[in-house]
Write a protein that binds this ligand. Structure first.
Ligand SMILES: CC(=O)SCCNC(=O)CCNC(=O)[C@H](O)C(C)(C)COP(=O)(O)OP(=O)(O)OC[C@H]1O[C@@H](n2cnc3c(N)ncnc32)[C@H](O)[C@@H]1OP(=O)(O)O
Length: 169
């Protein structure tokens, strides 16, 4: 399979925060943001693989800044690295100031998707070739994050987490 660039999977979802999507402080409910990120990230993974994709794990979420009712929220998702059947997707969340139009980063997250066939069995995905400095940074750290996720899920032994161990040696 020919390698693809992260930019080919870029997915941008822009939407408002409505009253039914807020918590008692009138800020966006965390679960609603998780769902928006999942939708954008799954489209990015599908664009990279051109396959059915399923969410395998949510590796990291940082709710750094509350997002208030009425805000315009943009969720940007891009595949940062592909492995055999799995893809790491980075999600950046931006809030747009109504008057200036300036965007502020509110949140970020990292999800893992797996490409599957019609029966739900994992299938191979194209390799990825990062281009920008940020894409290269994210690509290089992705194996470490994959090992951490597998370790936390009890799917590998600590002795197999070679990239993680190397951090502490
Ligand atoms: C329950 C829900 O509704 S969650 C929301 C929607 N998601 C789903 O329905 C997915 C349900 N889960 C599944 O279908 C399966 O567990 C799958 C397809 C994700 C994985 O299937 P498995 O039989 O475990 O396959 P396998 O062990 O070969 O793993 C497939 C890939 O997923 C990766 N993977 C599996 N679990 C994780 C995890 N927790 N973190 C990171 N990567 C993971 C594996 O490393 C492997 O990657 P690779 O092929 O790139 O090396």
């Amino acid at each position: 399979m020919n390698p693809k660039h992260p930019s080919e999977s870029l997915t941008i979802l822009t939407d408002l925060v409505l009253p039914s999507e807020t918590n008692p402080l009138n800020n966006l409910f965390g679960g609603e943001l998780l769902a928006r990120m999942d939708r954008a990230a799954s489209i990015a993974a599908r664009r990279h693989s051109r396959r059915i994709v399923v969410t395998a794990s949510v590796n990291h979420v940082a709710f750094n800044r509350a997002i208030s009712l009425g805000s315009v929220v943009t969720v940007e998702a891009k595949v940062s690295r592909s492995f055999k059947s799995s893809m790491e997707v980075f999600i950046d969340v931006w809030v747009e100031d109504r008057e200036s139009g300036n965007r502020t980063k509110a949140n970020e997250a990292i999800y893992t998707f797996v490409a599957v066939d019609d029966t739900g069995r994992p299938v191979e995905v194209p390799p990825i070739s990062p281009e920008t400095e940020l894409e290269i940074q994210r690509f290089e750290a992705a194996l470490r994050r994959k090992q951490l996720s597998l370790l936390l899920a009890g799917k590998i032994k600590p002795s197999d987490a070679t990239e993680l161990k190397a951090l502490f040696l």
